[in-house]
Design a binder for this molecule. Structure first.
Ligand code: AN0
Ligand code: CP
Length: 317
């Protein structure tokens, strides 16, 4: 594996899941693979889980890790070609990326959507520059429009907790005070559409996601109807994809918050969220603290999803 941005990069999902469970049973079994190999994690945005779980996955595989926070201690980077660099940016990404590539074997990138230009975001401008110019295998640690390590961890979690061959998985929009990317819901839809689940998305009007990720998923605008009979509730806020309101906050309607009354409409569903989560905006205290909340198990599986990806990338070196 040289690139990890979407579900297709994993190939057969059953094989990928088996690999994940094999790693989970003995996470140090492949420690020899990473000997003398270096992982570089580049963060343009904040992170708790991705930062720690990726480092832990690398440690499990015997790798060394270097972490660069672009906004803390690195030079400010220009990303556009042709710009006269007379402002506050001291270095261009076009030099910085191949330099970073010199010091490592595999690179992970966190670079959120900027919401300045939809076409730039949806062309994964920053991530693709790393893919093209670093000379290294590259994986997304949430880039502009995808968060595949999260979605893969979510799939592993659903596989562990499901009690039916084909569970009903409902991804619901929920309110948030700031504009958040579409990366998490895009990748979750990307993975659920390939998994053996009944997948339903519920959101207010205006919050339609990119059809390339939604594909054949069922859309139900009535949240309570969507929740009926659900086995998993996957809550997430995202900002609109639609051109005229792209990346804006147009709705913070708290009637969309996931609460216990709505959870009672489900088939005793598990509650999922990628975290970080704003309590009593996205989900009430009692739901996230309930025994059916599996948000911590989900976060724990981030180590496993990353380890599958790193293991495959190490084998491709
Ligand atoms: C980010 C998002 O919604 O994409 C990261 C989630 C993993 N969340 C925030 O910025 C709060
Ligand atoms: N879920 C997730 O990616 O969390 P972080 O933003 O803390 O890495």
């Amino acid at each position: 594996m040289r690139i990890f941005t979407n579900v297709k990069d994993l190939g057969d999902l059953k094989i990928a899941l088996n690999e994940a469970f094999e790693i989970k049973k003995d996470r140090f079994a492949f420690k020899h693979l990473g000997e003398n190999k270096t992982l570089m994690l580049v963060f343009f945005n904040s992170s708790l889980r991705t930062r720690l779980s990726s480092q832990k996955a690398a440690i499990n595989l015997g790798m060394n890790t270097m972490v660069l926070d672009i906004n803390q201690g690195a030079w400010k980077l220009e990303t556009e070609r042709g710009v006269i660099m007379d402002g506050d940016k001291s270095e261009h990404l076009l030099e910085a990326i191949p330099v970073m590539g010199c010091y490592c074997d595999i690179i992970g990138i966190r670079s959120f959507a900027k919401f300045e230009n939809k076409a730039d975001d949806y062309s994964e401008k920053i991530l693709n520059q790393f893919i093209i110019n670093s000379g290294r295998p590259v994986f997304s640690m949430e880039s502009a429009i995808v968060h595949p390590l999260q979605a893969f961890a979510d799939l592993i979690t659903i596989e562990e907790f499901k009690t039916k061959a084909r569970p009903k998985v409902v991804m619901t929009w929920a309110p948030h005070p700031r504009a958040l990317p579409q990366a998490v819901p895009n990748s979750f839809a990307d993975f659920m559409n390939e998994a053996d689940v009944e997948f339903v998305i519920t959101h207010p009007e205006g919050y339609e996601l990119d059809p390339q990720f939604v594909r054949g998923a069922k859309i139900e605008h009535n949240q309570e109807k969507a929740f009926e009979g659900a086995d998993f509730i996957y809550a997430k806020n995202w900002s609109p994809f639609r051109d005229d309101i792209y990346g804006q906050v147009v709705n913070i309607d708290l009637s969309w918050t996931v609460d216990s009354r709505k959870m009672n409409l489900t088939d005793d569903a598990f509650f999922m969220h990628c975290l970080p989560v704003r309590r009593n905006m996205i989900v009430t205290d009692d739901v996230i603290e309930s025994p059916r909340s599996i948000v911590i198990k989900e976060a724990a599986n981030r180590e496993i999803s990353c380890q599958v990806v790193l293991k495959r990338m190490l084998r491709s070196l």
